[in-house]
Design a protein around this ligand. Structure first.
Ligand code: UDP
Length: 243
């Protein structure tokens, strides 16, 4: 599958526009599955049929959570306004859910991380109905079934890409409503246990560099997905330009 086929599905507007869209779905009780796409999930789609299907499915919406996706869209003349990060979208949706007394289900991260986030949310939004489970114990399929039975307005799954998105997609039909999204390591940041990159890195689109500097073990993963992704984009863009 050509990378351009996946990029065609990516929301090209601003982060604020997408937040409004997702918030509206949440408040209106519609189901919305948001995939925060980065090179890692697009490269995973090469070897995993479910990852491929969920990126292309009409049942999902895809946002560009990676500067290389935004750049690649430019290469293919599909201009995108900006990067839309999963962590910011999740944060805003949590705020809105809290302000409107909505129900939230969190799955993922270490027990101390997800319970710290739950405590923080409870203190901030006493009206929020909140359930959570860490991402290490228990059967994930069973947990998704339990989550679906609660019919939450917002479901955030932080297990890493693409496992979280594949899990959500496999259980999607059990949910009649709710904004569902994979959020990677967002719980670590939103709980306050891990620091987000300083604003300099965010503004200059080099948050990936900060994360590698803080956790050098990320370098291999970054290299494998990003370098391969950009290589594919260049090759496809060149072929497209040939008469
Ligand atoms: N995680 C989990 N269960 C697992 C493996 C990972 O809950 O079996 C969590 C991990 O604690 C972290 C998140 O998944 O909170 C993945 O974070 P990472 O920063 O690697 O994801 P990214 O944002 O880079 O996709």
């Amino acid at each position: 599958m050509a990378v351009a086929e996946y990029l065609r599905r990516v929301f090209p507007g601003t982060a604020e526009e997408y937040f409004r869209r997702a918030e509206e779905a949440m408040l209106a009780g519609r189901r919305l599955f948001v995939v925060t796409a980065n090179p890692e999930i697009i490269m995973a789609a090469e070897r995993d049929g479910t990852a491929r299907e969920l990126l292309l499915s009409g049942k999902t919406e895809v946002i560009p959570d990676g500067v290389s996706l935004v750049k690649a869209m430019g290469f293919f003349h599909m201009p995108a306004a900006e990067r839309i990060t999963g962590v910011d979208l999740a944060d805003k949706l949590l705020q809105s859910a809290g302000a409107h007394g909505k129900s939230v289900y969190l799955l993922g991260a270490k027990e101390e991380v997800v319970s710290a986030l739950a405590e923080k949310l409870r203190a901030q939004y006493p009206g929020m109905k909140l359930r959570w489970h860490n991402g290490y114990d228990g059967d994930k399929d069973q947990l998704m079934g339990e989550a679906a039975a609660l019919a939450p307005d917002l479901v955030l799954v932080g297990l890493g890409v693409p496992a979280q998105d594949i899990l959500l997609y496999r259980h999607l039909e059990k949910f009649q409503k709710g904004v569902l999204m994979g959020v990677g390591g967002s719980f670590d940041v939103l709980s306050g246990m891990k620091r987000r990159a300083p604003s300099f890195f965010i503004k200059t689109n080099t948050e990936w560099l900060y994360r590698i500097l803080r956790e050098p073990s990320r370098l291999g993963r970054f290299y494998r997905s990003n370098v391969r992704f950009l290589g594919r984009v260049r090759k496809e863009a060149k072929t497209a330009l040939k008469p």
